[in-house]
Design a protein around this ligand. Structure first.
Ligand code: AMP
Ligand code: ZN
Length: 481
């Protein structure tokens, strides 16, 4: 199946071709671990996960790498401001040492991984820590200095964008808004306001020795260093949120290409934002919603995943609790329907009465074609969700292939519906002997046309949490789930 993906580098949807036959390398910009992830951040990882699953569905062997930024992330894309990790240490009253920073980082890495697992996001094959790759950062910076593409000023080493003429000219990589001036102090030593820092000098405890002076790396350099180390250069696909296009990814490209005279990645893919009704998801306060906060409101993490996938990854999503709750109800309904279907199928029972819709023209073969078309069209998850509902609702016990297909689509979307349905089916099957006895007594009453008694018994069974279903091949009892 050919796969068409929107590439920010060219600004077009293109047919995907891997660099190595049958293999794909994906680099996903990971979190800065100074705080819990908010549900907007998590959108970026759900998107990257669906991408990975799509490649896997297409038979590729995927290697996914996601960095953990546990050092050197300045609070803004500009070169000024506090380091986020340092900010985290100050907030928690911790000492400003590398050891404390590493501890802080590991704590939020752990909570981040728990979030990924709860959202059914497959863990990347490698999750390298920025603090463990300073040597690789230094190597790139030394090359850039040797080539005269980087220069030194009082507070650090900077990349000279005038030496990289394609800066801000490719596809969607336009120049971002210039932050210097209004709120960020202008650094008069820089040759151009858009030159960015590769290394900041520092004599403090948080720093590393380098041939060009003690300090710590700028944020962008770590992604260039770690992607190259774990995937080679060039690699296939680089992902991240849309906010990274104008600065972070632009800078990654400039420094990697300038250092090694080769592209960094062939395809650049970016997810749109999850916005609050009044703008961006805030960095703190009430608009900073975590997965834990969703759980506290009774929302299952996988219902959040479903909610996100109802929109295309390149469309902004405006967060609303109502829409999220509706998504949860819809997932539950599908799950109940799927489990009931599966339960009855296992019982080898035609269930004409339970079928909610009956579309005679529906066929598995056509449906599969539609699934592949949606998948190959730049990951059209809203369409896949519609198709999955269609397949779940079009029950036909003779079409056993349908089950395998629902399972396949579910695996791409990563909703875990199929597995949950299987465990629910097991639960439906746990009918104790006394309930079975009541059901037989009810059947006897029905045969002798004692409907009053049969109704009473049905009611009694129901009160115990079970249901008798009259099917074409006789009554079946199940636990109500
Ligand atoms: P950060 O830790 O700020 O680097 O963000 C981690 C990832 O989440 C990056 O890929 C960001 O582009 C992405 N991101 C941040 N905020 C949002 C949002 N509100 N919606 C979607 N993605 C986001
Ligand atoms: Zn990055």
């Amino acid at each position: 199946m050919s796969l068409y993906l929107f590439n920010t580098l060219t600004g077009k949807k293109e047919e995907f071709k891997s660099l190595k036959n049958g293999e794909v390398g994906i680099y996903t910009c990971g979190p800065t671990v100074y705080n819990y992830a908010h549900i907007g951040n998590l959108r970026a990882y759900v998107f990257a996960d669906v991408l990975r699953r799509t490649f896997e569905y297409n038979g590729y062997k995927v290697k996914q790498v996601m960095n953990i930024t546990d050092v050197g992330q300045l609070t803004s894309d500009a070169d000024d401001g506090d380091d986020k990790m340092v900010k985290g240490l100050k907030r928690d009253g911790k000492p400003l040492t590398l050891e404390a920073m590493s501890e802080l980082g590991e704590f939020y890495t752990k909570t981040f991984i728990e979030d990924l697992k709860a959202l059914n996001i497959k863990l990347p094959h490698e999750m390298p820590r920025a603090s463990k790759h300073i040597k690789e950062d230094i190597e790139i910076i030394e090359r850039l200095l040797d080539k005269g593409v980087a220069y030194r000023i009082t507070d650090g080493i900077y990349f000279d964008i005038s030496k990289f003429p394609s800066y801000g000219t490719r596809g969607g990589f336009k120049l971002g808004e210039l932050k210097e001036g209004a709120r960020v102090a202008v650094n008069f030593e820089k040759r151009s306001p858009r030159d960015f820092s590769l290394w900041k000098f520092s004599d403090g405890a948080i720093g590393w020795d380098a041939s060009f002076g003690r300090g710590f790396p700028g944020w962008h350099i770590e992604c260039s260093a770690m992607s190259r180390k774990y995937l080679g250069q060039p690699f296939d696909v680089h992902t991240g949120g849309i906010d990274h296009v104008p600065v972070h990814h632009q800078n990654e490209i400039a420094q990697s290409e300038a250092a090694y005279d080769a592209p960094l990645a062939n395809v650049w893919m970016h997810n749109e934002f999850l916005n609050m009704s009044d703008g961006k998801m805030a960095k703190s306060g009430e608009n900073y919603i975590t997965l834990q906060a969703l759980k506290e409101r009774g929302i299952h993490p996988l219902a959040y995943r479903y909610y996100l996938l109802q929109s295309h990854y390149r469309s902004p999503v405006n967060f609303s609790w109502e829409a999220l709750e509706a998504a949860q109800r819809s997932t539950q309904k599908s799950l109940e329907f799927l489990s009931l279907n599966e339960f009855l199928l296992k019982m080898n029972t035609p269930i004409t009465r339970i079928v909610s819709k009956n579309q005679p023209h529906w066929s598995v073969a056509d449906w599969e074609k539609n699934v592949e078309a949606a998948l190959s069209n730049d990951l059209d998850t809203p369409k896949l969700i519609t198709l999955m509902h269609e397949a779940i609702e079009n029950y036909n016990p003779k079409e056993t292939a349908r089950w395998e297909l629902i399972n396949k689509v579910d695996k791409i979307l990563g909703l875990g519906l199929y597995e949950m349905a299987e465990s629910l089916v097991k639960e439906m099957n746990t009918v104790p002997a006394d309930i079975k006895k009541l059901a037989s007594a009810r059947e006897e009453a029905r045969k002798t046309k004692d409907f009053k008694k049969s109704d009473e018994l049905r009611y009694q069974i129901q009160k115990e949490g079970f249901e008798v279903m009259d099917t074409d091949s006789g009554p079946i009892v199940r636990k109500i789930i």
